[in-house]
Ligand binder design. Structure first.
Ligand code: DGY
Length: 330
């Protein structure tokens, strides 16, 4: 039996690719950009497996163009770019890499909190521009964290990991979640109350129809003028135009962003905000985590192709597990 064909949309670490190559015929997309829709449609046409690296849109049209597809492994946790119900309807398993990047993304959240509140990126630009005139009692003042309140929007693994680090900085954490999370270990708040009370708001909620523009002009308007907003979840959870207006008008003190509404495009007004730290979606970007993610995605993909429910399947019931020996390869 011929090995199954799979498409990996962008390269992943060599040893994970080698693991896939040992069992499958592997096509790999471009290294320096997302493959275009047309490229993906063509490469996927006769594939049984897909490993999505980045945010390639997987919808009903794409699934219909690949009738042999049985398994989609996402390299990452958020699957807002994959239509999971459409995959389920076509008996295609979808998995993610939940648990592989929790602490790493929470650390980036703290990196953004600290660099925003203490104006690190802004200071770096000033130094490089040759504009630094030396130490001054009132020069480049930021805010301090001890005694302040950290409001976490979204109480999943990453939100909880961000909150766990709050005591190290002397901060009290509160959280908002659509469903109560007693295990969170902090007090819950209504969203409006959290926004009014918090000195730093960190968005960690996943993107869905309900959370698109969850933080819009009204919500930003509830925040203190001295408060900071950090987004490490998905860009469209925050209305970027409203955020940029608030940053430019002094509605809030600053923002740290790792994600954007139309990546890799950035709203032009955000680029004009000196009080915004803009990171290029690097929440999970450490050598160790990316290696873990690659191997987890490969493991899930191979399981699905072998007819076993992928360990991190988001729709485990999409297919009946176990396939007749005659359909197995190797
Ligand atoms: C994730 O895991 O969701 C990262 O943001 C990459 O998509």
């Amino acid at each position: 039996m011929a090995p199954p064909r799979i498409l990996v949309t962008r390269p992943i670490v060599d040893d994970a690719l080698a693991r896939l190559r040992a069992e499958c015929e592997v096509r790999v997309g471009p290294a320096d950009r997302d493959a275009s829709r047309q490229e993906v449609l063509e490469a996927l046409r006769d594939c049984e497996g897909l490993l999505v690296v980045g945010h390639t849109k997987v919808d009903g049209e794409l699934l219909d163009a690949a009738p042999q597809l049985r398994m989609i492994a996402n390299f990452g946790v958020g699957v807002d770019h994959i239509d999971v119900p459409a995959a389920t309807a076509r008996k295609v398993w979808v998995s993610n890499t939940a648990g592989s990047l929790t602490e790493t993304t929470a650390e980036l959240g703290w990196a953004l909190i600290l660099s925003t509140v203490r104006r690190v990126a802004e200071g770096d630009r000033l130094v490089r521009a040759g504009q630094w005139k030396g130490f001054g009692a009132f020069f480049f003042l930021g805010a301090e964290l001890p005694g302040k309140t950290l409001g976490i929007v979204g109480a999943g693994r990453i939100g909880q990991a961000v909150a766990r680090k709050a005591p190290a900085f002397g901060m009290k954490a509160v959280y908002w979640s659509r469903t109560p999370k007693p295990e969170f270990g902090a007090q819950a708040r209504e969203l409006d109350a959290l926004l009014r009370e918090s000195d730093v708001v960190v968005v960690t909620v996943s993107l869905s129809a309900e959370t698109r523009h969850l933080i819009g002009a009204r919500e930003i308007g509830l925040m203190k003028k001295s408060a900071y907003l950090v987004n490490i979840a998905r860009g469209p959870v925050v209305d970027e135009a409203a955020l940029a207006r608030a940053l430019l008008d002094g509605g809030i003190a600053g923002a740290g962003l790792d994600v954007y509404e139309k990546e890799p495009e950035i709203h032009p007004d955000l680029l004009r905000c000196p009080n915004a730290v803009l990171a290029p979606h690097i929440g999970s970007a450490t050598i160790e985590t990316r290696r873990r993610m690659a191997h987890l995605a490969a493991e899930n993909l191979l399981a699905g192709l072998q007819g076993r429910v992928p360990p991190l399947a988001l729709n485990p019931g999409a297919r009946v597990s176990g396939i007749p020996a005659s359909l197995k390869w190797g």
